[in-house]
Design a protein around this ligand. Structure first.
Ligand code: SF4
Ligand code: SF4
Length: 665
């Protein structure tokens, strides 16, 4: 006979404001099998857990139900408390009466009645929970880092410096990401390349970092501690081992006029190229779409001039399987493209701002390349249309951000600060120039950020106009910008030489596809979701996968680096143990009922279902049945839902338990 203890949490007032917790405790105390029930203000606190442990011992409880917040938040907390009182932790269940009840209802009587039913269901379920042994699995102490921007580089270096091997995979031909494109960084105005390039070199020289550039994740299998990752190393058409990086091929390549993406298409590059002179690795790649040899079969100049014979037109993509124990996702961001219709929006981008039509309307990253000493103008601010120095620049903030009607409601977080930086860089380089900034409000929460923003106005003489631009158009060689200054209530018209749009930060293209390969969740904008915003901000809900940088949400460099180091610390914590304890919530096959159809094997996303031969005493094969490898099973329950003979059951979610829950209503 079960002796179930039920503990109802007030969650401060989060639950008790809407749910009559005393009534719930009294009512569920009368249910068959319930030996003890009580309520407490904060069950997760030390006294709350103490109450639970004391009751287990004094009341000789056999099972426990804690009715509180989501199990995502505190299931582990309560299972640990139950274990320390001598009960198997899997004889404890949580009933979610906060997210599923108090937070979504207003009527106290109705919410209380619903809470009683939710707790009643969990009482019926916990009665049928089995004592489960903890599963231990070995840990592969190597990590994969996806993305070679500042987040990926920082995470990779931290993990490698701690003594563990790292596989760093970057989609572009060089690591460096967006930070390598920047001129100077706020709030200190130190040179971005001077911070970034030594770190890139450290990665290339690190004995424990294996670097794959021009490579993508093809496939991921396995689970925390034991992932098998297939990397597609795309054909560079240049043998990295033979290439000396002399650059002769690039000088001699007759195709010279390919817009260089690294320079925001302002500069040109040949068909065989490295994206920028400080690239790591300094090995060229042939852009097969624009190479004459690949298009017509003629040319072949680069192969002829290459001394070490590194150019290889026959090279093919390679698929390489890397075993790793943890994955850090650091795929970064992209900037909102004004020409495209934003996802989920019926309204087009910002055509009214003339981007893509008026050559001197550029975005923030293009301004960075103009301002950068390594950029196409050598750091001079010049108009793309005619190479003249602009004497009046209008900066427009929040283009694509905070615009619900266009499909993006969030703040991109970095634009206020980088626009302030742009006005300073402009003033430093064009002393007689005037910067105007159209803005809604200034968001500068960061160390020394507000002071920096004020400096752009007080010392660098930028004129800030609170209001949005309604229209701009080309008039001769000027761009007329029309807007309103809502602070003084007047219409403003400025004849500018250049316009710079602070466009929204978005996740990289293909972020959703990568998330599906990794089995991690993402929000409606395709930013990756952390397991818990406050308690587990760098972990994914999928165990063993961690997040770093702007792939999780807009972030500046200091926050990105902090998060990357935090993700690396999580990986090191995982690698501190030789064996890992896993939750034993796994599927089991009832061999007698299994007909060997293997539908479960086809649907299992973890590849956990194997084939097992059943033989009689004489060794004759009787049948082949499914076997779930408990070390691999992710406990998703897909096989249970699929099995036509009802021969697979997931512990804690058996058909018997689900039926008992429904019948309790
Ligand atoms: S010529 Fe050959 S060795 Fe020199 S950079 Fe080109 S591919 Fe490398
Ligand atoms: S529950 Fe079934 S489908 Fe899900 S991982 Fe385990 S074996 Fe695979």
């Amino acid at each position: 006979m079960s002796r179930i203890g039920v503990f109802i949490c007030h969650c401060g007032e989060n639950i008790s404001r809407t749910v009559d917790v005393e009534r719930v405790a009294a009512q569920v105390g009368t249910l068959p099998g319930v030996a003890f029930s009580t309520d407490y203000k904060y069950m997760c606190s030390d006294p709350g857990q103490g109450l639970l442990k004391k009751a287990i011992q004094e009341q000789r409880l056999s099972h426990v139900v804690v009715a509180a917040c989501s199990p995502r938040m505190h299931e582990k907390t309560f299972r640990k408390a139950v274990e320390s009182a001598g009960l198997n932790p899997f004889l404890c269940e949580m009933a979610n009466i906060r997210e599923h009840c108090s937070w979504v209802h207003e009527d106290r009587d109705e919410a209380t009645a619903k809470a009683i039913e939710i707790v009643g269901m969990m009482v019926e379920r916990v009665k049928k929970n089995r004592v489960l042994p903890t599963i231990t699995v070995p840990v592969t102490k190597r990590s994969l880092v996806i993305g070679g921007g500042i987040a990926g580089i920082q995470a990779a270096l931290d993990i490698a410096d701690a003594g563990h091997e790292v596989v760093l995979v970057e989609r572009e031909p060089s690591i460096g990401g967006h930070m390598a494109q920047l001129s100077e960084t706020f709030p200190t105005l130190d040179c971005s390349q001077c911070i970034m390039t030594p770190k890139m070199v450290d990665v290339a020289n690190h004995p424990r970092i294996k670097l794959y550039t021009y490579a993508e994740i093809e496939h991921v299998e396995g689970y925390i501690g034991n992932f098998q990752v297939t990397v597609r190393k795309k054909a560079r058409s240049v043998d990295e081992d033979k290439c000396t990086g002399c650059g002769v091929c690039m000088t001699k390549c007759p195709v010279k006029k390919i817009p260089n993406k690294f320079d925001q298409n302002l500069g040109m590059r040949p068909a065989i190229y490295v994206p920028f002179p400080q690239a790591v690795p300094n090995t060229p790649v042939i852009d097969r779409e624009n190479c004459t040899k690949f298009k017509t079969g003629k040319c072949g100049v680069c192969q002829k001039v290459c001394g070490p014979g590194a150019v290889d037109y026959e090279q093919e993509d390679q698929l390489i399987v890397e075993p790793v124990g943890a994955i850090v996702v650091a795929t970064g961001f992209d900037l909102y493209s004004i020409e495209e219709k934003p996802k989920g929006s019926a309204i087009k981008g910002y055509g009214e701002f003339g981007h893509g039509k008026i050559p001197d309307v550029i975005d923030g990253m293009t301004f960075e390349r103009l301002a950068s000493a390594s950029g196409p103008t050598g750091g001079k601010i010049l108009r793309p249309s005619d190479g003249r120095e602009p004497k009046q620049i209008v900066f427009i903030q929040c283009v694509g951000s905070r615009a619900r009607e266009k499909g993006i409601s969030y703040c991109s977080k970095i634009c206020c600060m980088y626009t302030a930086k742009h006005t300073m860089l402009y003033h430093h380089k064009v002393h007689d120039g005037q910067a105007y900034v159209f803005f809604m409000d200034a968001r500068t929460p960061g160390k020394s950020y507000d002071e920096f923003w004020r400096r752009s106005i007080e010392e660098e003489e930028a004129v800030y106009i609170r209001g949005m631009v309604s229209r701009l158009y080309q008039k001769g060689n000027k761009i007329v910008v029309m807007g309103s200054d809502i602070a003084v209530g007047v219409q403003v018209e400025i004849e500018a030489d250049m316009v710079v749009l602070a466009t929204a930060v978005q996740p990289q293209k293909g972020a959703d596809t990568l998330a599906q390969k990794l089995g991690i969740s993402y929000d409606k904008y395709h930013f990756y979701s952390e397991a818990h915003a406050k308690l587990r901000p760098v972990e994914c809900a999928t165990a063993g996968i961690y997040l770093a940088g702007a792939c999780q949400g807009p972030k500046d460099i200091p926050d990105t680096v902090s998060q990357a180091s935090a993700a690396a610390a999580k990986v090191m914590t995982l690698f501190a143990k030789d064996k890992l304890e896993r939750e034993p919530i796994v599927a089991r096959v009832r061999e007698a009922g299994c007909v060997g159809c293997f539908y479960c094997q086809k649907v299992c996303p973890y590849g956990a279902v194997e084939e097992k031969e059943i033989r009689d005493r004489q060794g004759n094969l009787v049948k082949v049945v499914a076997y779930v490898n408990p070390g691999v099973c992710g406990g998703c329950g897909t096989c249970q839902a699929t099995c036509p003979s009802k021969s697979v059951e997931l512990d804690g979610y058996t058909d018997e338990q689900i039926v008992a829950m429904i019948e309790s209503l």
